[in-house]
Design a protein around this ligand. Structure first.
Ligand SMILES: Cc1ncc(COP(=O)(O)O)c(C=O)c1O
Length: 381
């Protein structure tokens, strides 16, 4: 039997490729975005506790109420925005599901979605599998990956259905500023365009910056789907639990999609996060934890021949290797994984046309020993 592929150009993701290569060669794996340390023992205890207490059957489709309430409280306390736990917060299987469910809910055939590239790899497939088309706004190192809102405006057509944002951004580490958000509001004024805001790194933000969500802007909140995750914040990427915040009418359509994708998410994990979120230090301390990791990593590579601008957020540091070689970033990432034993991700894979700016992305969500050993090897280049 043969399938006529709906995704003929999609192969194995670069993250799988590089992680596999790192495993085969014994390289230090600074490629894929997940921590190599464990989550809080308290969280594990909480999951165990709720499992032992019989919380093992289907959760409600939208998520258990105590977790939705805890998210509502945290979102209000941190960002001053209110979402009703009843009909504006939905628990999903990670941000990946949130993004897919949003696109399923809003896209009709041939609708366009504005995507900034370099782009996280699931965005465009989510758009295309739902019959839409990605319209790219290309960000480059020439202006430090800043968004030119005039360019964004010029890409809007009568078919534009949504604009996809990531803050803090993977892979660039850039964060939206208030000026970006004001420009976004200006561009979207008098349109029916939705905003899909991927905020999985909301707590991983540096140098005193404050996370700014488009939903904090009163004119944008009504059109914004905020897609969040507990994976990055709590070192639990394998638990695949996240959420979507959106006004009532938007959430209603979102939930229709969610109910046919997963219907509901694992119950004991939801109860565990509901308890864990009651103590704000559990998420507030994450910022300092990663600030130290970013600072240590860039300090350890300071004598290398790489060039970089410190990441503003996320747990990724991009570095330019143009002073070392002009090899393609993909070939170099593969070669250095094998030869020096440090795996990274080439930035070209995040561009539709594989633009090669001679930049690699290193994930610093790794224990200090691994980071220091990797940095030592990078300094020898
Ligand atoms: C920008 C971005 N969005 C979404 C995800 C996926 O999040 P989750 O694991 O919650 O599905 C990732 C994971 O790497 C990411 O970097």
């Amino acid at each position: 039997m043969q399938i006529t592929s709906k995704q003929p150009n999609i192969g194995t993701t670069i993250f799988t490729v590089m992680s596999q290569l790192a495993a085969e060669t014994g390289a230090l794996n600074l490629s894929q975005g997940f921590p190599n340390y464990n989550c809080s023992p308290k969280l594990i205890e909480l999951v165990n506790h709720h499992m032992k207490n019989g919380m093992n059957q289907y959760a409600p489709m939208a998520g258990i109420m105590p977790l939705r309430e805890a998210i509502a409280q945290k979102t209000f306390d941190l960002y001053g925005i209110s979402y009703s736990p009843n009909d504006e917060i939905t628990i999903v299987s990670g941000c990946t599901e949130a993004l897919y469910a949003v696109m399923t809910a809003i896209i009709h055939k041939d609708d366009e979605v504005i995507v900034f590239e370099p782009a996280y790899d699931s965005y465009v497939p989510c758009v295309e599998l739902n019959g839409g088309k990605a319209v790219y706004v290309t960000l480059t190192p020439n202006n430090d990956f800043a968004i030119d809102w005039q360019v964004v405006k010029s890409k809007i057509t009568e078919r534009t259905k949504a604009i996809m944002l990531t803050t803090p951004h993977n892979p660039t580490g850039k964060c939206l500023t208030q000026s970006d958000i004001n420009s976004l509001a200006e561009v979207l004024k008098d349109t029916n365009i939705f905003v899909v805001s991927d905020e999985v790194y909301e707590h991983i933000i540096f140098d005193g910056r404050k996370h700014l969500s488009p939903a904090m802007h009163p004119e944008l909140k009504e059109r914004t789907f905020v897609c969040g995750s507990f994976g990055k914040t709590f070192h639990t990427t394998g638990w695949k639990l996240g959420y979507c915040l959106a006004p009532k009418e938007l959430s209603a359509e979102f939930r229709k999609a969610h109910q046919w994708i997963t219907f509901s998410c694992p119950t004991p994990f939801q109860y565990a996060f509901a308890d864990f979120l009651k103590e704000p230090d559990n998420y507030l301390s994450v910022t300092q934890f990663y600030q130290e990791k970013r600072d240590k990593f860039i300090n350890w590579i300071k004598d290398s021949r790489f060039e970089w601008i410190p990441a503003e957020g996320s747990f990724f540091q991009m570095v330019s290797y143009k002073n070392i070689t002009d090899e393609s970033d993909y070939d170099l990432a593969v070669r250095w994984t094998k030869e020096i034993g440090v795996a990274s991700i080439p930035i070209s894979v995040f561009y539709a046309n594989k633009i090669d700016n001679k930049i690699l992305r290193f994930c610093f969500a790794k224990d200090d020993e691994m980071l220091e050993r990797a940095a030592e090897r990078l300094c020898r280049l």
